[in-house]
Design a protein around this ligand. Structure first.
Ligand code: GLA
Length: 383
């Protein structure tokens, strides 16, 4: 794929580009905890976007999206949110962030394309933002640190894509390390790497092949619901800054002061942070059965309390749960479509795939997309 992107660049612009790669991400557990000051456990994966890029002298951003076969040209003085060809917003969004810091970059020619399925919930958008910002940082020697770029890419998503996302996706895309998961404290941004040892097991993603339109509005609403919960609890317990600080006992003490739905959203987040801690301990001790139990618990919380699942995701998780050799499964990412993440014994990979093929993709006439994941490094230049 990278060769195709580079050839397309040479055909279009007639010069030799620098080439960068930017991966998608998975998250083992810790969903909707990032914007609540909690913890996440993501990793970058071997599905990636490739960027072929050079500066130009025409003072414009000339973009070509290889997979969409679409081009766009935006003058450097006109970096605004676009209502058509919305994929350009992920690129222009990071240019706007540079502008806010007083950094003006000249025009660039870009071809972007890759192997991350769009809308599958494995962060093609963060890969776009991070990959392009990383490339600009190198091309124009901007000397931004990786964490600065993560935060700028996150703001690009807020301001140009309209999703008030947490920091997980951009962090994971940039900081990924081959064969390792990262435990990130989303409040302090302190993190640690641990090797992911899954003896004889594989990680499989099953794409629902749906993305319900509520996804981004409901996402932003969940954020508000959690903030409301925090403001109620903080009246009684003033030291509380986010749900990360709240215990279930404290939440229960305030139960009568909030709507049942607020209570459910908050208790899900508190429980999910606890499940993440238990998962980390279990991974260290090779107790995959416990990891699996936590993953199913996470899915149930996301479905019943946080209300971000959907029928397609629930069906895929039910198929996983009732297939021998599948250790754990849950919806992954923001919800309302996208993928499930499954930990599957190697002997069960084929039977599981066959079953999902028959009972999900064929039964529902969906485009099949089952991804076997390898854990890779974060965004980098390809020499
Ligand atoms: C999306 C957001 C992340 C995170 C997840 C849910 O992927 O971009 O910041 O909130 O949803 O865990």
């Amino acid at each position: 794929m990278v060769q195709e992107v580079v050839s397309s660049f040479k055909d279009l612009y007639g010069s030799v580009p620098r080439v960068f790669r930017s991966p998608g991400r998975i998250n083992i557990i810790g969903e909707h905890t990032d914007y609540n000051g909690g913890f996440v456990l993501p990793a970058a994966i071997n599905k990636e976007l490739y960027f072929a890029v050079t500066p130009n002298t025409v003072k414009a951003f000339r973009f070509f999206a290889f997979d969409l076969n679409e081009s766009a040209e935006i003058h450097c003085t006109n970096v605004t949110q676009q209502s058509s060809k919305t994929w350009t917003n992920y690129l222009l969004g990071v240019v706007a962030q540079l502008g806010k810091r007083g950094i003006a970059v000249g025009g660039v020619d870009v071809v972007v394309g890759g192997t991350i399925p769009i809308g599958a919930g494995i962060s093609s958008s963060a890969a776009m933002e991070c990959g392009f910002l990383f490339a600009l940082n190198e091309l124009f020697s901007l000397k931004l640190s990786t964490m600065e770029m993560v935060k700028m890419a996150q703001l690009a998503e807020h301001e140009f894509a309209g999703v008030k996302c947490g920091i997980m996706d951009q962090f994971a895309v940039m900081h990924g390390k081959k064969d390792h998961v990262m435990k990130l404290d989303c409040r302090s941004t302190a993190f640690s790497y641990s090797p992911l040892k899954l003896d004889n097991h594989s990680i499989l993603l099953c794409d629902t092949a749906v993305k319900h339109t509520l996804a981004s509005s409901e996402y932003n609403l969940r954020r508000q619901e959690c903030e409301l919960g925090v403001s109620i609890v903080a009246k009684r317990f003033p030291k509380i800054l986010s749900l990360r600080d709240v215990s279930l006992d404290q939440l229960s003490a305030c139960k009568n002061e909030m709507k049942p739905v607020t209570f459910d959203r908050c208790s899900y987040v508190i429980e999910e942070n606890a499940r993440l801690e238990a998962t980390c301990v279990a991974l260290q001790n090779n107790m995959l059965d416990v990891v699996g139990k936590m993953m199913y618990g996470s899915h149930e919380g996301l479905r019943d309390k946080y209300s971000v699942s959907c029928g397609e995701l629930d069906l895929l998780v039910d198929l996983a749960r009732s297939t021998p050799g599948v250790v754990g499964a849950r919806m992954m990412g923001g919800g309302f479509g996208g993928c499930t993440i499954n930990i599957v014994h190697n002997d069960a990979v084929k039977p599981f795939k066959d079953r999902v093929r028959k009972e999900y993709y064929k039964a529902r006439r969906k485009q099949e997309n089952i991804i076997e994941v390898a854990i890779s490094d974060g965004t980098s230049e390809i020499s």
